[in-house]
Design a protein around this ligand. Structure first.
Ligand SMILES: [Zn+2]
Length: 467
């Protein structure tokens, strides 16, 4: 239901419903939910199956939460298609032949009980419950009152979740930037964003994308205790399992967690692993998307946290700084190694990437030592002083090039601000404060000094300025 199936993969089994499904899902990706035939006629499931109509809404239910809603666009009875898609239930030898074609699929997470009470409905025994079309407006009002507005996108665009393998950089950033649409609970948003940072750190250090829950306990729990929102209880259950609602997360090993598999201990026994989805991980292995993701997570969810310490703890220390973990202290070459940067970890000089001092000299001369941000030309006794700043840092983890198009001529103050990600350059070459986006001025340019836009974009991503 979540990923959808390609109708073209099931042409052999669709039979008489080919035209109808093509009409409902013009882009060829169908979201289907099937039910097995029921023996009894009086139980809730039988009644719900019998009475449902096109236009009704289905609420998906798991662990006392509603986790998704969808609209019924079509109803079909098609055992061949059901067998092709889902197989046959080993025990009952039946298949999920009563099929709902679903649209407007939106994933979220809302406690079920208050909504059921307000609608005078009994808690569903099965994994879904039905809301009549006539009740839909009232019910949507109830749901929306409990969660931030979630845009229902046409199913062709993937609803709340991008279709597998097609996640783009902007999908990734949108999902990372809207964790509050998955859950309205601030404590959980903090847990989710911490978990994602930690997961990116794991990717960077070459650890596996998916991990069992005991790894979460040993690695993530201490970080949660240190950087999570103040709360006596730290539960890893939420990020381990329910981060799925973000569209970035995957839980494998248990098909549908039943009540007996709720605890983390049980999930170790059942071999459940969780982690970033494959396509999200693929994007996060690209330097630009990774820099943007980390910058966005930090600026969106951790404005009140020492990000340098946080990033250090999750193995992403170099991302707190534009020049990376091993380049920051280097300055002009005349002024010695005095650095105004707070708490920078000084690495041995030998690990610092070699810089071309000729290039640094050239950019300063082109600009006559005038800061490209503020225009200051700092006077010394016999000359002037300025600094050459790399836009995309040279060393690990940024790996920017030592080229003129990756350099700026800055005064020491703006160099520090640029390196500590306090200011960035927008697409129109305005210099802005990372804190509130306020414009500080326009970057002064020189006709003989081409600046490569992709390096500016990378630095802007680190600052959380690419949204
Ligand atoms: Zn300046």
């Amino acid at each position: 239901m979540r990923k959808g199936i390609r109708l073209s993969d099931y042409e052999h089994a669709i039979g008489e419903h080919a035209v109808e499904l093509k009409r409902i899902f013009p882009d060829g990706v169908a979201r289907l939910w099937g039910s097995t035939p029921t023996q009894q006629t009086g139980n809730a499931k039988a009644v719900a199956l019998r009475d449902r109509k096109v236009g009704d809404e289905v609420l998906f239910y798991a662990q006392n939460m509603f986790i998704a809603r969808a609209r019924i666009l079509g109803l079909l009875h098609n055992p061949d298609l059901a067998t092709a898609v889902w197989g046959v239930d080993e025990e009952t030898r039946t298949t999920w032949e009563h099929i709902m074609a679903l649209g407007d699929v939106v994933e979220f997470e809302v406690a079920a009980e208050p909504i059921l009470t307000a609608l005078a409905m009994t808690p569903p025994l099965r994994s879904l419950t039905l809301v009549r079309a006539a009740e839909r407006r009232r019910h949507l009002g109830l749901l929306d009152g409990r969660m931030p507005t979630v845009e229902a996108r046409p199913s062709g665009e993937g609803g709340a979740v991008a279709p597998p393998g097609r996640m783009r950089r902007e999908d990734l950033l949108r999902a990372l930037g809207t964790l509050d649409a998955v859950t309205p609970d601030e404590r959980r948003i903090r847990q989710a964003s911490l978990t994602l940072l930690w997961a990116i750190g794991r990717l960077m250090s070459g650890q596996s994308r998916l991990a069992p829950s005991n790894v979460y306990q040993t690695q993530l729990e201490p970080i949660m205790q240190e950087f999570g929102s103040p709360s006596p209880s730290v539960s890893l259950e939420y990020p381990f399992r329910h981060l799925r609602g973000s569209g970035l997360w995957e839980v494998v090993g248990t098909k549908r967690p039943g009540p007996d598999q709720l605890s983390l201990a049980a999930s170790v026994e059942s071999g459940t692993h969780a982690g970033l989805r494959r396509d999200a991980a693929r994007l996060l292995r690209q330097p630009l998307a990774r820099a943007e993701a980390i910058g966005l997570l930090c600026t969106t969810y951790f404005p009140d946290v020492n990000q340098e310490e946080l990033l250090d703890r999750v193995g992403l220390g170099g991302y707190a700084h534009a020049s990376g973990a091993d380049g920051g202290a280097e300055r002009d070459g005349r002024g010695g190694s005095v650095s105004a940067l707070p708490k920078r970890r000084r690495q041995v000089t030998a690990s610092r990437p070699d810089r071309d001092q000729q290039l640094a000299h050239r950019v300063k001369l082109l600009h006559l030592h005038q800061c490209q941000v503020c225009g200051l030309r700092l006077e010394t006794r016999f000359s002037h002083y300025s600094e050459a700043a790399h836009i995309r840092g040279l060393g690990n983890p940024h790996d920017g090039p030592d080229e003129l198009c990756n350099l700026l001529c800055l005064c020491p103050n703006h160099h520090v601000q640029f390196d500590t990600l306090a200011i960035y350059i927008d697409e129109q070459w305005n210099v802005r404060s990372s804190k509130d986006g306020a414009s500080i001025g326009r970057l002064r340019r020189h006709p003989e000094h081409d600046i490569e836009a992709q390096y500016v974009e990378y630095h802007r991503g680190l600052c959380g300025g690419n949204r």
